[in-house]
Design a protein around this ligand. Structure first.
Ligand SMILES: O=C(O)CCC(=O)C(=O)O
Length: 332
């Protein structure tokens, strides 16, 4: 059933029927906090400890977060875009400019790409003046890993195979973990997925982590994805939901080991949705939170932001963060 639904949403001709895809914004517009369909599929979640949360730059006040659960998929939580425009830009720029640098690992094949590109992809892309070569380098980037590196072949993490976990992403994950009552959560492995429009991620479960009970945190930026969340086997029919720019999805509890996939990226960001910088930069707060203060400032400059904006016009980025070790373990 999962594979059939994946194929339907992936299909170019005929284009898929999207009427069953959950759009969290519809719940907000209706104001009844619940999307009505053949079964009630979205419920508003009240986060009780918002007052005590120490937020960070680029995140709106926790009391304004809109959080939802999917009662048919216990453990799935979606926080609908808790980022400010500047915050979204910051994380996009980190994922494009900084995270794909050595010692982090990228998918770029050594037979097809020079060491200079594999060690600093964005810089080399920015220096490239040949249109075809630019397109080749741009579209080849599909993932980077850091912290414990995910080994896609063996699916086994290795103590020797890790690079430092960035302090800013660590703080971001811990903020959401704390909000949801996972104050012991340790971000230890990250995969950043780069999805050009037209690309997909097929159905899988994330079970390589020795710790399979800690939640998984997923941050979406850029173009909208259709995300499928299924059950523990491929037999169960998955639910489709739009993940939009800024959405934070948490796979916790029962859903942590469920099948999921991305069958489609939709290009629906329009000029009717202007990218306006809407806040004043507060240097004090930035220093406190291990963020790159210069970058946080620079993303507000239209000239600096232009190449990032141009990349995101037809791409989605997903940051996927997991805890690897069990509580009390110091290494694998
Ligand atoms: O892109 C997404 O939303 C999901 C990514 C994912 O499932 C993964 O990295 O394992």
């Amino acid at each position: 059933m999962f594979k059939l639904v994946f194929k339907q949403y992936k299909s170019k001709i005929p284009s898929p029927d999207l009427t069953e895809v959950i759009n969290i914004d519809d719940c907000a517009v209706r104001g009844n906090d619940q999307q009505q369909s053949d079964n009630n599929v979205v419920q508003r979640l009240c986060i009780s400890n918002v007052e005590s949360l120490q937020t960070m730059p680029g995140i709106i006040s926790p009391k304004d977060w809109r959080s939802y659960t999917l009662p048919n998929h216990p453990g799935i939580i979606v926080i609908r875009n808790p980022f400010s425009e500047r915050g979204r830009r910051y994380w996009i720029a980190r994922c494009l400019r900084d995270y794909p640098r050595t010692p982090n690992i990228v998918n770029l094949n050594e037979r097809l790409f020079d060491e200079s590109i594999r060690s600093d992809w964005w810089k080399q892309l920015s220096l490239c003046s040949d249109g075809d070569e630019f397109q080749r380098i741009k579209s080849a980037m599909r993932w980077t890993t850091f912290g414990y590196h995910h080994n896609w072949d063996t699916k086994i993490y290795d103590e020797e195979m890790q690079s430092p976990f960035p302090e800013d992403l660590n703080s971001l994950c811990r903020l959401f973990a704390q909000a949801l009552g996972y104050s012991e959560f340790k971000p230890e492995a990250a995969i950043v997925n780069y999805y050009p429009v037209g690309s997909t991620l097929s159905g899988h479960t994330d079970h390589s982590e020795p710790n399979k009970s800690a939640p998984l945190f997923s941050f979406s930026f850029g173009q909208t994805a259709i995300f499928l969340i299924g059950g523990r086997t491929l037999e169960e029919k998955p639910t489709a939901i739009y993940l939009q720019c800024g959405d934070v999805m948490i796979m916790s509890g029962e859903s942590r080991l469920c099948y999921h996939a991305v069958p489609r990226i939709m290009k629906i960001q329009t000029s009717a949705n202007p990218l306006v910088i809407d806040e004043v930069v507060d240097d004090e707060k930035i220093r406190c939170n291990f963020m790159d203060k210069d970058l946080y400032h620079d993303v507000g400059d239209p000239k600096f932001w232009e190449p990032f904006s141009s990349y995101m016009a037809d791409s989605r980025i997903n940051i996927n963060v997991r805890q690897v070790l069990n509580p009390g373990e110091l290494k694998l």
